[in-house]
Design a protein around this ligand. Structure first.
Ligand code: HAM
Length: 434
C-alpha cells in the first residue's frame, strides 16, 4: 500500500521552472538597478529574536507573524519583512561605517495572512534602505530607485502614490501605540474600528477631518489643501513633499501622485510614505511600498535618518504577466539525440562542447529511440534537436532539426555552436528581440 500524500502547507507554493524564469528575470532587473544606484547587497537571517518585531512592527503585522520557540526555549520569529533585520545589523555592526549606508536585500519573508491570489504566507521581497542621508535627498533616492527598479522589469502600468505620515502623527496628539491603532484602522479603511479607537482616545471630533484628509490626492496643488484641512499642522511635511517632487524631476521621475490616504501597514514610519500599485492586479494590487522610519533607536542605537522600500517580487511577476511583459523562457536551445549506441560517446562529446557556449543544451540520458526523443525535445520546448547519426558523422556532420518547423539539414559539427546561437531571441526591458 502506498503511503498517503503530503500536502503543501497552506499559503505556500511549489514554484515551477516557468514561474522561476520570470522571478529570476525580476530579480536580475532589481539587482542591476540597485547596483546602478550604488546600493550594495546585505542579507539578515531568515529568523530573528521575537523582540525585534514584538510591539515594533505594528498591530497589523504582529498578528501575522510565524512565532516559535527553538529547543532551548528562545522566542523566535520568521522574518515578516527585511527592514528590521537590516536595522538590527546596522546597530550591531555598521554604526561606524561611512554614511550614507545604501543597501538592498532579496529573499523570502513570511506572514500568516489569509491566502489569495497575490497574497501568500511565504513571499519574496526586494528591500532597500538608505541610512544616514539628508531627508529630502534620501527619500527622493529611495522613491527613484523603487520606480526605476519596476521600470527595469518591463512593468509599466503602475501608479506611485506619495504621502506623509509625519504630519498625521503630529496632529494626533496621543501616545504612539494609540496613534498606531488609529492609523491601522485608517490604513485598512475600517471606519468602525476608526470610530472606536478615536472614541477611546477622546478624539472623536477629528473623525470627519481624518476621513476628508485620506481622500485628498493629486499633483502638488493638493498639498496646500491638505495643509488647510489639518489647520496648518504638519506644514513642514508638506514642504518636504514639494522638495522631493523637485528632486524626483531631476531623476526623470514625474509619474506619481500625492495621496494623503497612503498610511502603510507597518507602524515604524515617521515621515514620507509611498506605495506603488499595479493597475492590473485587483485586490492585492500593492506591488511596493516604503517611507522614512525610526527603528535604530528601538534596537539600542542612536537615531539615524532612515528611509527605504520593499517590492513584492511575486506581485511584480503577476503584474508582468498581466501586461504581457516578455521574459526569456526556461527552454532548451538544443536537445542532442544519439541515433544508436555506436555514436553515444560522440553525442556526449558534442553536448559537452556546446555546453561551454552559454546555450542551454540537454542530451538523452535514458537511451530512448529517436522518435521518443523528439517527443521529449518537444515537451522541453527545445528550439533545435541535434541528431547524431553514424552516416552524417562520417562526413563530420550532424542533422539539425528545427523543432518549430520540422525542417532538417546537415550542419558540420564545428559550426554547430554558431548556428544554434544565431537566431536565439534576446530580451531587454520586457521586449523580445530577434
Ligand atoms: P510592506 O508594504 O509590508 O512593506 O511589504 C512590501 C511589499 O511586499 C508589498 O508592497 C507587497 O508587494 C509585498 N507583500 C506584502 N505582503 C505580501 C504577501 N502576503 N504576499 C505577497 N506579497 C506581499 C515592508 O515590508 C517594509 N519593510 C518596506 C520598507 C523597507 N519600508 C522601509 N524600508
Amino acid at each position: 500500500m502506498r503511503a498517503p500524500m503530503v500536502e503543501r502547507a497552506r499559503g505556500t507554493r511549489d514554484l515551477d521552472p516557468a514561474y522561476l524564469a520570470r522571478h529570476g528575470h525580476m530579480e536580475a532587473a532589481f539587482r542591476r538597478t540597485a547596483a546602478a544606484f550604488g546600493f550594495r547587497e546585505v542579507l539578515p537571517p531568515t529568523f530573528e529574536p521575537l523582540e525585534l518585531f514584538h510591539r515594533k512592527a505594528g498591530p497589523g503585522i504582529e498578528q501575522e507573524m510565524y512565532v516559535f520557540k527553538d529547543r532551548a526555549g528562545r522566542d523566535l520569529v520568521l522574518r515578516p519583512e527585511l527592514t528590521a533585520g537590516v536595522l538590527r545589523y546596522y546597530v550591531n555592526e555598521l554604526t561606524s561605517a561611512p554614511k550614507p549606508i545604501k543597501v538592498y536585500s532579496f529573499g523570502p519573508t513570511f506572514r500568516y495572512e489569509e491566502p489569495q491570489r497575490g497574497r501568500y504566507r511565504e513571499f519574496w521581497q526586494y528591500s532597500c534602505e538608505v541610512l544616514g542621508g539628508s531627508p529630502v535627498d534620501a527619500d527622493a533616492e529611495a522613491i527613484a530607485l523603487a520606480v526605476k527598479s519596476i521600470q527595469a522589469t518591463g512593468v509599466r502600468q503602475v501608479t506611485t502614490r506619495i504621502g506623509h505620515i509625519g504630519m498625521l502623527r503630529a496632529w494626533l496628539k496621543v501616545d504612539r501605540e494609540r496613534q498606531n491603532r488609529i492609523l491601522h484602522a485608517l490604513d485598512k479603511r475600517n471606519f468602525e474600528m476608526l470610530h472606536a479607537e478615536l472614541d477611546a482616545a477622546g478624539l472623536l471630533d477629528l473623525e470627519g477631518t481624518l476621513r476628508d484628509l485620506i481622500g485628498i490626492q493629486g499633483g502638488s496643488e493638493v498639498l496646500a489643501r491638505a495643509s488647510d484641512v489639518l489647520g496648518g499642522v504638519g506644514g513642514e511635511g508638506f514642504d518636504h513633499l514639494r522638495r522631493i517632487a523637485e528632486r524626483l524631476a531631476a531623476y526623470g521621475v514625474r509619474d506619481f501622485v500625492f495621496d494623503m490616504g497612503v498610511i502603510r501597514g507597518l507602524s515604524y514610519y515617521t515621515g514620507m510614505v509611498f506605495q506603488i500599485h499595479s493597475q492590473n492586479l485587483g485586490a492585492e494590487d500593492q506591488v511596493g511600498g516604503g517611507g522614512s522610519y525610526a527603528l535604530a533607536e528601538l534596537f539600542g542605537g542612536d537615531p539615524i535618518f532612515s528611509t527605504g522600500f520593499a517590492i513584492g517580487v511575486d506581485r511584480i511577476v503577476l503584474a508582468a504577466e498581466a501586461e504581457g511583459v516578455a521574459v526569456p523562457p526556461p527552454n532548451l536551445d538544443a536537445y542532442v539525440i544519439p541515433i544508436g549506441d555506436a555514436v553515444r560517446q560522440k553525442a556526449f562529446e558534442i553536448t559537452g562542447n556546446l555546453r561551454t557556449t552559454g546555450l542551454r543544451i540537454d542530451v538523452d540520458l535514458v537511451g530512448r529511440g529517436p522518435s521518443k526523443n523528439l517527443d521529449y525535445a518537444n515537451a522541453m520546448k527545445a528550439r533545435w534537436a541535434v541528431l547524431v547519426g553514424e552516416k552524417e558523422l562520417a562526413n563530420g556532420n550532424v542533422a539539425l532539426r528545427n523543432m518549430e518547423t520540422g525542417e532538417q539539414r546537415e550542419v558540420p559539427v564545428a559550426e554547430l555552436a554558431s548556428v544554434l546561437g544565431m537566431d536565439k531571441p534576446h530580451f531587454q526591458n520586457g521586449v523580445e528581440f530577434h
